[in-house]
Structure formats: C-alpha cells, structure tokens
Design a protein. Structure first.
Length: 330
C-alpha cells in the first residue's frame, strides 16, 4: 500500500531542521562558507548522537542569514512537504535564528517566511502556520525575549509558542514566565518533553507550562497515572517515531510505544521532526508504521483527524483543511 497520495497533517516540524541538505549546501556555496564537515559522502547531514546533532543543526542554520534566505528556505521545505501529501503543517520557527530575537528584525524575517507560505499555498495547496519556539539550552531569560517576539506577532499566522533544544538543560519550570507571556498573547502552547527525560518531565511541563500538546512525550508510557491524566485532560502528543528510532530513544520501531499509547486512548499524531536529518518523510513514517503495527488507511485518516483537531490554527482554517482530508484522496 502506498500512502503518498493520502492527505496528511503534520504538527511537529522544525523549520531549519527541515532544510534539504542540497539547499543548505547551495546557499553555503553562494556565500563562500565552508560547512562541508556537516555532510556525509552521499550528501546527507552527518552527526554522532543527539547532542552532536544540535551542533550540526546550528552549523547548517549558520548559512541562513537574511529574510530572503528564509523565504527561499520556506519554499524549499513546503515543496518537499507537499510532495508527501501534506496539506497542513505547523513549523517551529525560532527568533534566535531569525534576527537574534530583535523584534524589528524578527518581523522582517517573519514577513518573508509568510510571503513564501502564501505562495506555496497558492501554487502547491499546502497551508503552513508558525509556532514561535524558544531554545531550552539558551535558558529561561533568553526565552522571555523570544516570548516578546511571539507577543508582537501573535495572530492568524503565528498561532503557537513552543520550546525545543536540549531536554537535559534546565527544567520546564524555568520557562514558566515566557509561557505566561505567550498565553496572555492568545497563543496555544506546546513543549518538547518526555523524549530523553522520563515521565516526570512531561508532568512538569503540564503543571508548570500548562501546555495543550507535548512534543514527543513517548516516555509517558512508563507511568500509567500520567497516561490516564493525559487521556483525561485531552493532551495531544506530537509523536515522531522515525526520529525516536534514528536517535536511539528506541532501538527499533517495534519497540516504539506509539501504538500502545494510541490503544490506551491517548491522542497521538505523527510527524517527521527534522526529516532530512533523520532520513524520513511523512510517507515513510506512514509506510513504516503500517508495516510494523498493521495500521491501515483508516488508521492514518483517524490520526490526521486527531492532528487537525489539535492544530493551533483558527476554526475557518480547520474547516478548510477538513474538506481536503475528506476529498483530496482518490
């Protein structure tokens, strides 16, 4: 069974992390920047483990230096996503990489990204919305600056606030003030938790940050009480199975708890995280999950409906995407 033509909703994708390697290499060449050390011989991204991945990620993003670079990046990302049947995506976009958290510069970068997203929607049929993202290992005080950027641009296109980065750095509660700022601006909330740290990390995120969604969150399976809480509160998990296996959170997909979490009643969705870094696509995720867990087209349609319900966009956008989920697959 091929899932390529099935319309898909993706909630967990890092904007710079979705950059095709060829795009980054080409941009580096234009700027006479030597970042050849971050690529494998076959042209992919090269790194040893998650923490080295963060270093390579930041090296790759170093070539993205202007709003125009991000406009081109956005078109390249959305072209790849649209090829995989993605009709709606939410992307983690960090003011740290877009103007150094300066609000004026951030608005210029955001305008360029949104311009590209509008073009992609017209020409490719894919809808993108942005989640302003602070970087955990930069600390809570820096996150407040990021939240200020989020406040200044919250609206129909910037729809959420989140946090990525090194889960081993600091605590979720260190970022409570930044999250309060984002909440007051009307943004919906998510955070990475329960990928590298255990269930207590997820519990702290729910208590301290009051998020509606959890990025990854797979370690919740280790705590039945937490699973029950997430079911009761309707918490949605942005699960990235291929990423988890690639980074050795789990040895193989057969060990991944996504099916157990779903069977228990947790709202789970499927995303790619940083697709070229983890050698994956949304179609590959679906094919691998179908092969391992015997999921059929109806299962993925259900997952997409769950994802759309959990999406941070407005009701009109959801209604429009819902029609695409119903009618685009022939």
């Amino acid at each position: 069974m091929s899932f390529l033509s099935l319309p898909k909703v993706e909630l967990h994708m890092h904007h710079e992390g979705a950059a095709p390697p060829a795009f980054i290499r080409g941009l580096a060449a234009e700027k006479n920047m030597d970042i050849s050390g971050i690529f494998t011989p076959d042209g992919g991204y090269a790194y040893r483990d998650f923490w080295h991945f963060l270093e390579v990620y930041e090296a790759a993003t170093s070539v993205l230096q202007s709003p125009e670079d991000f406009r081109r990046l956005t078109l390249a990302i959305l072209e790849e996503s649209a090829k995989q049947g993605v009709v709606y995506a939410e992307s983690f976009i960090s003011p740290d990489f877009c103007g150094g958290r300066d609000v004026v510069a951030w608005k210029d970068y955001l305008a360029a990204i949104k311009d590209a997203a509008d073009e992609a929607e017209r020409t490719m049929g894919i809808t993108l919305r942005g989640i302003v993202t602070c970087i955990r290992h930069f600390g809570g005080e820096v996150a407040v600056e990021t939240a200020k950027c989020a406040q200044e641009t919250a609206g129909d296109w910037i729809v959420g606030f989140g946090m990525g980065g090194d889960e081993k750095a600091g605590n979720q509660s260190d970022f409570a003030y930044a999250y309060d700022m984002a909440r007051e601006a009307g943004l919906q909330l998510t955070t990475h938790a329960g990928e590298w740290n255990g269930p207590d990390e997820i519990r702290e995120a729910l208590d301290a940050l009051k998020v509606q969604r959890i990025g990854h969150g797979v370690r919740a399976i280790e705590d039945n009480a937490l699973v029950e809480r997430m079911i009761e509160e309707g918490t949605t998990l942005e699960v990235c199975p291929g990423s988890n296996v690639f980074l050795d959170v789990y040895d193989k997909l057969e060990d991944h708890p996504i099916a157990k979490l779903r069977d228990a009643g947790v709202k789970v969705t499927v995303s790619t995280d940083d697709p070229p870094f983890f050698r994956t696509t949304m179609t590959k995720e679906y094919e691998d999950l179908s092969r391992v867990f015997d999921w059929e087209e109806s299962d993925f349609s259900d997952l997409n409906n769950v994802a759309l319900e959990a999406a941070f966009c407005d009701a009109d956008t959801k209604a429009r995407i819902a029609k695409k989920l119903e009618t685009d697959h022939v």
